[in-house]
Ligand binder design. Structure first.
Ligand code: SAM
Length: 204
C-alpha cells in the first residue's frame, strides 16, 4: 500500500487554502487535480480543510479529481466508500473528526460524510503517460510522487501540469521537491515556506 496519511504536511495544505479560497469565491467552479493521491487521505484532507473555511454554496464549486496509477487496484473502491479504520483516523484533530466522520455500524471504521465524499472523485491515471485528465484546473496538488521519477520525467510531467492549469492556477508539491530550473520561467513562487507555485502566462 502507498504511504500516506490524513493531515500530512498540513502547512502546505493550509497555505493552499489561504491562497485559493479568496479567488475561488468569484468562480463558478474550482477544479482541483490531486495527482498521486494514494487511497484518499490527501484529497479528503484538502476537502475537509476547504469545507471548514467555506460556506456550503462556495464549497459546492469544489471538484477534486484524484488520480493514481494504483498498482493495487483498490483505491477506486476505498475512495468511493470513504471508510477508514480507526488507526488511520485517530490523529485527525477532534473537532474536524467529529464534524466530518460517521462511525460505521459494527466495525471499527469511520466514513466521511456525503458532502466531503461528493467533492472527490477518483480515476486511475499514469502521470508518465503525459496525458492530462483535463484542462482549466485551478490547483494541481502532486505531493511525494515526483521524487520517484527521474529529472527528465519530472520536467515533462510538470510541463503537462502547466498545460492543464488555468492562467494563474496553482501547483503544489512537497517541501523537498524543487521546481526544475528549466521550468522556472513557467511559474512564480507564491510563498517562501512551501512549494506552491503559480502559473505564469508564457511558457518559454
Ligand atoms: C507516497 S504516495 C503519496 C500519496 C499522497 N500524495 C501523499 O503525499 O500522502 C505516492 C503515490 O504515487 C503513486 N504513483 C507512483 N507512480 C505514479 C505514476 N506514474 N502515475 C500516477 N501515480 C503514481 C503511487 O501509486 C502512490 O500512491
Amino acid at each position: 500500500m502507498a504511504f500516506t496519511y490524513f493531515f500530512r504536511d498540513l502547512q502546505t495544505l493550509e497555505l493552499i487554502c489561504d491562497q485559493t479560497i479568496p479567488e475561488l469565491r468569484s468562480q463558478l467552479e474550482f477544479k482541483i487535480w490531486d495527482a498521486g493521491c494514494a487511497m484518499g487521505p490527501e484529497p479528503y484532507t484538502l476537502a475537509m480543510l476547504l469545507r471548514d473555511r467555506m460556506d456550503q454554496p462556495d464549497f459546492e464549486k469544489v471538484k477534486i479529481q484524484a488520480t493514481d496509477i494504483d498498482g493495487s487496484d483498490l483505491f477506486d473502491k476505498i475512495i468511493l466508500a470513504a471508510e477508514y479504520p480507526w488507526e488511520q483516523v485517530q490523529r485527525i484533530p477532534t473537532e474536524i473528526f467529529e464534524k466530518y466522520f460517521i462511525k460505521v455500524d459494527n466495525r471499527d471504521y469511520y466514513r466521511l460524510n456525503d458532502e466531503i465524499r461528493g467533492a472527490v472523485s477518483f480515476q486511475k491515471h499514469n502521470l508518465l503517460s503525459l496525458n492530462t485528465i483535463g484542462k482549466d484546473f485551478g490547483l494541481i496538488l502532486c505531493k511525494n510522487v515526483l521524487l520517484h521519477f527521474n529529472e527528465q520525467e519530472r520536467i515533462e510531467v510538470i510541463g503537462m501540469f502547466y498545460d492543464s492549469l488555468v492562467e494563474g492556477g496553482y501547483l503544489a508539491m512537497e517541501q523537498t521537491q524543487k521546481l526544475p530550473a528549466e521550468l522556472a520561467d513557467c511559474f512564480e513562487t507564491v510563498v517562501s515556506n512551501a512549494r506552491i507555485y503559480r502559473k505564469r502566462s508564457h511558457k518559454n
